[in-house]
Design a protein around this ligand. Structure first.
Ligand code: HEM
Length: 122
């Protein structure tokens, strides 16, 4: 990996771009602009994939981010870290299914799942 690429900065930028596309996609569908919604959400998904690649590459290269604290804060930190990791993995197939249902215009199945997934997709 080139030394001048700071992956946490890249990941943060991609996460921000993904959030902007998600919010834009939501605004578009509330205004019944289905084509704009499709482009925003498909774009958000592509950016999200790039974010995952950046994030996983960073964690593969930097095995540990250092101290997890001492005393009472350590179990608190570990609980947040473990639940975050499990939920971050669980959301991926849910986003894929939501996107595929949207692309197939299976609206009656897409809408209820999408309303659940969108607020969790971070
Ligand atoms: C992971 C990607 C996606 C997410 C998170 C998402 C999210 C949503 C949400 C939250 C709604 C409900 C809006 C409301 O409350 O009224 C919705 C509706 C809808 N979405 Fe998506 N969407 C995604 C991808 C797509 C794609 C690719 C299409 C393709 C055209 C699409 C088409 C639609 C349609 C047709 C509706 C129903 C609009 C209506 O109720 O009239 N979505 N989507």
């Amino acid at each position: 990996m080139p030394a001048n690429i700071h992956l946490p900065t890249v990941s943060s930028f991609l996460k921000l771009l993904c959030a902007v596309l998600q919010i834009s996609g939501f605004v578009q569908i509330r205004q019944h602009r289905v084509a704009n919604h499709r482009w925003c959400m498909t774009g958000a998904f592509i950016v999200y994939c790039l974010f995952l690649i950046s994030c996983l590459t960073y964690h593969a290269v930097v095995v540990s981010t250092g101290s997890r604290g001492h005393g009472w804060i350590r179990p608190v930190y570990c609980t947040i870290l473990i639940t975050h990791t499990v939920l971050a993995a669980a959301i991926v197939p849910m986003v894929v299914v939501t996107l595929l249902r949207g692309l197939r215009l299976a609206v009656e199945k897409h809408r209820p799942l999408a309303r659940l997934v969108l607020p969790l997709w971070r």
